[in-house]
Each structure stands twice: as C-alpha cells, then as structure tokens.
Design a protein around this ligand. Structure first.
Ligand SMILES: [Zn+2]
Length: 256
C-alpha cells in the first residue's frame, strides 16, 4: 500500500500579462509566473486533476501519484486570455469560480478598499470555456458578499441563486463552490450543504488529507505574485515550491 500524500489545491485569482503595483500582489500572478509554475509542478511529478476527480479520489477512486488541483477565484477575463492557453498546452484541468450576477462586469467589490476593478469574463467567453473539457466552472455566489455577515435567508438566497443561474447558463450541474473572502461559519457551511453543493473551498492554508477531509471546508494554498528576486519572500520559484510542499497547516489556528 502506498501512503497517500496530502493534496494541494492551489488558489489563484487574476493572471496578468504585466506586473501591477505592489499593493495588487495578492490579486494576481503574471502569465510568465504561471507558465513557470506549471512547468515546475510537472518536473516535480505532479499531475493536475479536476475537482470531480478529487471527489472521486477521496471516495477511494484512483488518483495519480502526486495530484494537484488548480483553482481561479472570481472569473477574471485574463484567465481566458493568459492562463487557458497554458493549460491547453499542458493538457491540465482547472477550475474557475464565477460570480453569477457579475458576468461581463468587473470585480467592483474591491473598490471600497481603494483598488481598481478588473474585467470579469463575459457570457460568450464563459461559453468558450464551458466548451473545453479541461475547464470546471464553479459558483462563487451571485454578488460576492461575506456570507457570514448576511442573514441566513440572504445567504441561502446567494447560494441557490448562483447555482441555479450557472446551471441554467451552462446546462449542467454546478456542484463546486468557493466562499467569497474565505468567509464562512458553521451556519454558512450548513446552508452550502442544503443548497446541494458537493465541495466548497476556503482560504484556510493547508493541503487536503487523503482521508477524513470535510469536502465543504477544503483548505487551499494561496499563490500570488512574487517578484523573481524578492527580498521579503526569497526568489519567486523557491517561494512557490515552499508554499506547495510545506507541511505547515494553519487551519486549526485560523478557524474560530
Ligand atoms: Zn472572490
């Protein structure tokens, strides 16, 4: 029996063709960084799997030797233009979480905090992605609220509305969900379950255990822009390797 290693789910946001001012570093990686990371993962023996494959694998189905799951929050337009070609060339599956009532808009929810908004995927771009066998489209609510700060009724509504809207658009089940801002609590997890989602990803740092993992509180590994020769983070490539393979698991400390 081979001992099963914990599985990293990588969390990305936008994929920019050029660097942005420093204050945006947690919102993106560059196209170059992503290409280098995919190459690095391949050379270290990783194989990307979809969320459906992860669910089947955790239920006892077959998994590759070193699986990795790639996820992109919010549905930025530049994921299609900059990341999709990289995954097509690699033949690797990945997931994009969409905000169902912001399709064709911008991530204006960052504006109150002093950030400029970035364009989100349009309806026709989503149709293009939906036609690719590599792409899983998941739900990220209807309007990107902090679910734990809404009334139970309003949170329930966000969860079922986004699922119904995406299923209607895609004409397929949408069983995968991602908590906006990583905000959730016991009651929100129950609402996610009631809405019929099979998995939900958080922003809590850690890798997924091969057994006994709660599918509605999946931890992830946040990947963001690190300049190639950052003094704070060390060289970008080393930082990436450290983040993906670190055994540090902060889940217990971060949950309330
Ligand atoms: Zn988000």
């Amino acid at each position: 029996m081979s001992q099963k290693q914990p599985i990293p789910i990588l969390m990305y946001h936008a994929v920019e063709s050029t660097e942005r001012p420093d204050k945006y570093k947690h919102f993106y990686v560059t196209t170059k960084e992503l290409a280098r990371q995919v190459k690095e993962l391949k050379s270290r023996g990783y194989t990307a799997i979809s969320l459906d494959q992860l669910v089947a694998g955790l239920a006892g189905g077959p998994l590759p030797e070193k699986p990795v799951v790639l996820t992109f929050d919010d549905g930025y337009q530049n994921v299609l233009t900059n990341a999709h070609p990289i995954f097509e060339a690699a033949g690797w599956p990945y997931t994009i979480y969409l905000v169902s009532e912001r399709i064709g808009g911008r991530n204006e929810w960052v504006e109150p905090e002093g950030y400029e908004a970035t364009p989100l995927l349009t309806a026709s771009e989503i149709a293009t992605l939906a036609a690719s066998p590599l792409v899983t489209l998941g739900a990220h609510t209807a309007t990107h609220p902090k679910l734990d700060q809404l009334s139970p009724e309003a949170a329930h509504d966000e969860l079922i509305r986004s699922k119904a809207q995406l299923e209607d658009r895609l004409q397929r089940p949408v069983p995968h969900f991602c908590y906006p801002y990583g905000h959730f609590n016991e009651a929100v997890v129950e609402l996610v379950r009631e809405a019929g989602y099979q998995t939900a990803t958080t922003t809590q740092h850690g890798r997924v255990n091969a057994t006994g993992e709660d599918l509605l509180r999946l931890p992830r590994v946040s990947i963001y822009h690190v300049p190639p020769f950052s003094l704070t983070y060390g060289p970008g490539a080393l930082n990436f390797r450290w983040r993906v393979e670190s055994r540090k698991d902060k889940r217990r400390r971060e949950s309330s």
